[in-house]
Design a protein around this ligand. Sequence first.
Ligand code: GLU
Length: 305
Amino acid sequence: MGLDEVLQEIAQGIHPYLAKGKVASYIPALRRVPLTKFGMAVCMVDGAEFAVRDAAEPFSIQSISKLFTLMLAMSRIGDEVWRHVGKEPSGTAFNSLVQLEYEKGIPRNPFINAGALTVLDCLMANTRGRTAEIIRDYARVLSRNFQIDYDEKVYASELKAAYRNRSIANLLRSHGRIGQEPEHLLDTYCRQCSLEMSCVDLARAFLPLASAGHSPLLHETVLTERQARRINAIMMTSGVYDSAGSFAFRVGLPAKSGVGGGIVAVVPRRCCITVWSPGLDRAGNSLAGIAALEMFVRATKMSIL
Ligand code: GLU
């Protein structure tokens, strides 16, 4: 069966899962997204692309933006990043404060919120201004879509209701782990999370993770092979909130999800797969998205495990 057919079959088979999840409600502007949305895209390292249903519709990428920040930080300051943030799964919620306090303000990994804020702080120190635009432009260049932008409503909505992330930023600052003023850091963080991109945009943008750091679209190396491998490793252990074990069990690929319902998964040396469906499971991952990825690896045998 060709990949076009595989995606068509998944789009048919996914219906029973669509209504089962719940949209993220703690960011008020995300409550309005219909649960019926579903899109999936695959970009192969040889340039072939496949897409189904709402794959071209932009959605709020939320935590998937943490990948852009990490890639940018690693390409600009290299291994220095790992002096600020750990590489271990946290075993706690992505926005937990307890572990951070116990561990003296050193975040476990770059994908929990404390870690993402810390990596962003490193990037802000390196870029000295306009960091949010630099992240957006990086997303635009990697996906070759210059229409990509922030959603002002989602940004303002999250910033207003960011009680927990504000506490995390303040805790990091109180431990001397970040240099930016917490409010300034939080503002840039909410901007990066509000980026709107489609499954097709994301599959193109993160193809270098499947291609040893090389972007087949740009004909350019954006990360070293070692950096791409390391990001995939952190995705494998910490990319899907507190569900790394069950996700490895069901899908077996490095992945990063966001509360907007998007998931990016990487098959090293083969392709980047993205899926979007806004209904979330209890851990905060797209419920239909995980089911779709499970169907995909079952049909294609592309799991790495
Ligand atoms: N902006 C969201 C937050 O920090 C992102 C969460 C997510 O997608 O995991 O709460």
